[in-house]
Design a protein around this ligand. Structure first.
Ligand code: HEM
Length: 178
């Protein structure tokens, strides 16, 4: 996983908890890389999982909650860093429907070693169906990113989740009246 994901996670931990908490979870998780991440480096995604588990133990906040909150947060970081991805995109569902063919397709050009999930997206009327598949099983991260996308566009999205099989999570996303 790209280092930017790690640096954003640790920045968030510092902002929401403290710099000591960052040191503590790195001490607890003992990441093989040593915990000094650079944005352009690439690291084992398990290191992120281990640090989230360590943070969960120290804060008594469930792992899935922490990962979802991080997903929401990191969407706003992406939106700041990649404004061109938002040009002429009218709303959240349009943005989300292009995650595979437009957004992550651009990401892989910028970072050829990025390990991206697969999203199969289609509309059923006004509802967007997103089938998420990844050997890394970051569906909580995906849920947070979807909600972060709604927040970015100032929309109230309802997100329902269904495990289609052990490798595929279906997100059903619809826009609610604000
Ligand atoms: C401007 C918007 C976005 C950008 C620039 C972006 C970029 C990235 C990058 C750089 C990674 C890390 C890849 C790696 O470390 O190897 C990533 C991973 C991921 N992205 Fe996106 N992303 C965006 C929006 C989204 C949205 C809206 C979703 C959800 C619908 C999403 C779902 C994911 C997930 C779940 C992963 C974790 C990897 C995995 O599941 O295997 N991303 N993305």
């Amino acid at each position: 996983m790209k280092g930017m994901v790690f640096t954003e996670f640790l920045d968030m931990v510092e902002a929401k908890f403290s710099a000591d908490m960052v040191d503590d979870i790195i001490d607890d998780a003992q990441p093989a890389s040593g915990g000094a991440y650079t944005a352009v480096g690439t690291y084992d995604h398990q290191e992120l999982v281990d640090m989230v588990v360590a943070l969960s133990k120290r804060t008594d906040i469930p792992v899935d909650t922490l990962v979802k909150v991080f997903g929401e947060h990191v969407f706003s970081v992406f939106a700041n860093n990649y404004p061109s991805f938002f040009t002429d995109v009218p709303d959240a569902l349009t943005f989300l429907s292009g995650i595979e063919d437009i957004i992550h397709a651009e990401v892989i050009k910028l970072y050829p070693d990025a390990q991206l999930p697969k999203f199969d997206c289609h509309f059923d009327g006004d509802t967007l169906i997103m089938d998420y598949q990844s050997p890394r099983h970051f569906s909580d991260l995906a849920e947070g990113l979807i909600k972060g996308c709604g927040a970015h566009f100032g929309e109230n999205l309802e997100v329902a989740r269904l495990e289609l099989n052990p490798d595929t999570t279906r997100f059903t996303v619809s826009r609610q009246a604000v």
